[in-house]
Design a protein around this ligand. Structure first.
Ligand code: AMP
Ligand code: ZN
Ligand code: FE
Ligand code: FE
Length: 281
């Protein structure tokens, strides 16, 4: 099976890159994509952990904001990790996440929540991209909520009064950047409406003009009719169709490879990168 979208302790997943690679090997996956939020810091450990027949499609899930303030996640896979502009953009986004977290915490403190930035830093793995799931973990530790899921449902979702966005490229900028860095761009869970406002059909055309390669169709946050609509859009725009788990370890219910990508779709996607960057032994 081919699972192109997962997270590790380099962002808000709970398995280290080594643990995740081991799980993929035990499950007999063909290709594992590792796509931590706004970082490539897990790539080296994942590569060093590789054994047997597993192949790695290394990447990052780039946080984006449209000019209208809609949050979009863009998967960049198989890009050159030494591409300077890519690393600069990723670093700028990561840097914006600390002041953003401080603002969210201030809003919560103003309503009497006993939570501080130190509480968040305590639960974060060293070097991880800071995100709301870490704030959720801190709230669990403080017994304010029972789980990450409860934290998001009650307090941290995109429409929440505590929500603050952070600086990020637009989806079109992100697609162009991924392609300039030689990789392929797949829009992640585009119809996950539970997370807030979503893109319209016209937006997909603009992304294709920018160089978009694929759409993540099979994802747990899409219901059957959303998947059907996305399949139509992908077919009309001649885009690769992917499916993935968005696995986060114990941080979410998603299990590894619960959704996956057809081999023919993967082969086409892989061929659209500007060099063969799949890692295999
Ligand atoms: P951020 O990048 O800080 O905006 O946080 C977004 C992350 O929160 C995404 O990676 C999601 O996977 C995660 N997330 C969203 N909803 C939930 C939920 N209900 N339970 C756990 N994690 C979630
Ligand atoms: Zn995440
Ligand atoms: Fe995402
Ligand atoms: Fe994700």
């Amino acid at each position: 099976m081919i699972d192109l979208h997962t997270h590790t302790t380099s962002s808000d997943g709970t398995d280290t890159p080594r643990e995740l690679v081991n799980k993929a090997i035990v499950q007999g996956l063909e290709v594992l994509g590792i796509s931590d939020h706004d970082t490539t810091s897990g790539w080296q450990e994942a590569t060093e952990s590789l054994r047997g027949n597993l192949k790695l499609a290394l990447g990052a899930e780039i946080s984006c904001l449209t000019d209208d303030g809609i949050s979009v996640h863009m998967l960049g896979l198989l890009f050159d990790p030494l591409h300077q502009e890519m690393q600069t953009v990723l670093e700028e986004t990561r840097d914006g996440r600390l002041p953003r977290m401080r603002k969210m915490i201030q809003k919560m403190q103003a309503e009497g929540f006993d939570i501080s930035i130190e509480d968040v830093e305590k639960v974060m793995p060293a070097g991880a991209t800071m995100g709301r799931p870490h704030l959720a973990d801190a709230l669990v530790n403080k017994k304010i909520v029972k789980s990450r899921d409860e934290a998001f449902t009650d307090l941290l979702h995109n429409e929440s009064r505590f929500y603050v966005s952070h600086a990020a490229p637009t989806p079109i900028e992100a697609v162009k950047l991924i392609r300039r860095a030689g990789g392929v761009a797949v829009i992640a869970h585009p119809f996950a409406s539970r997370r807030g406002q979503i893109l319209g059909t016209k937006d997909f055309t603009d992304l294709v003009m920018a160089g978009l390669n694929g759409i993540e169709v099979d994802h747990r946050d899409h219901n059957p009719s959303e998947r059907a609509m996305l399949r139509v859009i992908a077919t009309e725009l001649d885009l690769v169709i992917t499916g993935s788990s968005d696995y986060h370890g114990t941080g979410k219910l998603n299990s590894l490879a619960e959704n996956h990508t057809d081999r023919a779709q993967w082969e086409r996607l892989e061929s659209e990168a500007n060099a063969r960057r799949v890692v295999s032994l």
